[in-house]
Design a binder for this molecule. Structure first.
Ligand SMILES: Cc1cc2nc3c(=O)[nH]c(=O)nc-3n(C[C@H](O)[C@H](O)[C@H](O)COP(=O)(O)OP(=O)(O)OC[C@H]3O[C@@H](n4cnc5c(N)ncnc54)[C@H](O)[C@@H]3O)c2cc1C
Length: 398
């Protein structure tokens, strides 16, 4: 294993760290209070600065104007950006756009790339990804209710999606739909690019998540597709390849998320330690840091963050060496392990802040509300644990 960071990469990471701290931390108080939509002018100004620094969309392949980073380098960039909830968006490597760009790049036709990928990477449009449905178990996505039926030169799509992150303001949605119910289970579904202004594509609402509906990029949409007609050229990749492509999308995506979560851990840990050192709890000036229980939280968090970080870098290194398909155990393990560590670290940091932790005067309450979902999306903890355990147990059958 080699996690050596080149001199060039060290410079880039330092620039990102400084930018996130100087330009994005001060925006967070507004971000948690205001609609994302209202904040867009100032975000666009920060994005202009990122472009000027030539750090725009760093995780994309070089042919798309990105830096052509290895998975390990990509992981470190994601960690640096993750310290602020605005980091990925301002540097334009946010989910779900990064994953969408990846699959359009891998599977898209020349016309699809020109129409959707080029403006997406340039930051001129956004997209969303609609797989999960309210009436079907997202944990077993082969059970899909949405159908796409051929009619003349078109597909006619009907279905009900939700948790379509960032649908509000997106120009297109990659919709997962059953195109051939007679095919073997894993060949039944396809991905289809649906422009969001197509008649029959209805964004019903932004779902309130932990008490907050959100707007624009910071939202999760519920969508009803009603006789939504798109040309068959909008099929992304081969028909029946939906699940294969979903897997291609998720492997590197999990590294991206896990290192973003490590960034959140680092930020929460910094806040916890600073608060512990400065919060006086007795007349003679003893601080929270003098208490055994707080010292335990600090030590446990430091060890857990380091183990989660090394596990994630190891999984990234495995993807670089042997590809995502052969690194399935490593990817499953980090998905549930890092999400769990993040939840514990945020919780401890919030506890050390007492009443202040519950307010929006620090970023901790935002992390606490919004990052709980980490144990659910991209495969719930239990699903990853079961799949991983089954693969391990198969090795012990003789
Ligand atoms: C904030 C957020 C953003 C999201 N963004 C998107 C998006 O952009 N696009 C998209 O398509 N989807 C998105 N999702 C949906 C997400 O992928 C699903 O919520 C997830 O796959 C779980 O599916 P479900 O909600 O239907 O839960 P279910 O499948 O009903 O599962 C519920 C619970 O049951 C348990 N469980 C399920 N199966 C098993 C099993 N085999 N063994 C043991 N326990 C089990 C788990 O604890 C699980 O949490 C998002 C979700 C959230 C919360």
């Amino acid at each position: 294993m080699d996690f050596t960071v080149s001199d060039k990469m060290q410079t880039i990471l330092k620039m990102i760290h400084e930018f996130v701290e100087k330009e994005l931390f001060p925006l967070e108080k507004e971000f948690v209070k205001k609609d994302f939509h209202e904040l867009l002018p100032v975000i666009r100004e920060k994005q202009r600065m990122v472009k000027e620094m030539e750090l725009w969309a760093p995780i994309y392949p070089p042919e798309l104007g990105g830096m052509g980073l290895s998975m390990v380098e990509h992981a470190m960039v994601s960690e640096a950006l993750g310290r602020s909830p605005l980091g990925h968006y301002v540097f334009w490597c946010q989910a779900p756009d990064a994953g969408n760009a990846e699959i359009i790049h891998m599977y898209g036709t020349k016309e699809q790339k020109e129409r959707w990928l080029a403006p997406l990477v340039a930051g001129d449009i956004r997209g969303c990804f609609g797989m999960t449905e309210p009436d079907m178990p997202g944990s077993n996505p082969v059970l899909l209710g949405t159908t796409a039926v051929k009619d003349g030169k078109d597909y006619v799509i009907n279905g009900h999606k939700w948790y379509t992150t960032a649908a509000d303001g997106s120009q297109f949605c990659i919709v997962m739909a059953v195109t051939n119910p007679e095919a073997p289970t894993y060949a039944q579904a396809s991905m289809i690019i649906v422009p969001t202004d197509t008649p029959g594509f209805n964004l019903v609402r932004n779902i309130p998540v932990m008490g907050h509906e959100g707007t624009d990029y910071a939202s999760h949409g519920e969508i009803i597709l009603q006789n939504c007609r798109v040309p068959q050229e909008n099929l992304l990749g081969p028909e029946g390849h939906g699940f294969v492509m979903a897997q291609d999308r998720l492997g590197p995506g999990r590294i991206h998320h896990c290192m973003r979560w490590i960034g959140i851990c680092n930020r929460s840990f910094d806040l916890m330690c600073r608060r512990a050192n400065f919060r006086k709890i007795t007349r003679d000036g003893q601080t929270l840091a003098s208490r055994h229980i707080v010292q335990q939280w600090v030590a446990e968090s430091a060890a857990e963050i380091q183990s989660a970080r090394l596990m994630t870098l190891h999984a990234a290194w495995c993807i670089d060496q042997v590809g995502a398909a052969k690194a399935r155990d490593e990817i499953s393990a980090i998905k549930f392990y890092v999400a769990g560590v993040m939840q514990k670290v945020i919780d401890r940091a919030l506890q050390v802040h007492g009443g202040l932790g519950m307010t929006d005067d620090t970023i901790l309450a935002y992390f606490f509300r919004h990052e709980r979902a980490a144990r659910i999306y991209d495969g719930a903890d239990e699903v990853h644990k079961t799949a991983m355990a089954k693969r391990i147990l198969r090795r012990y059958t003789d």
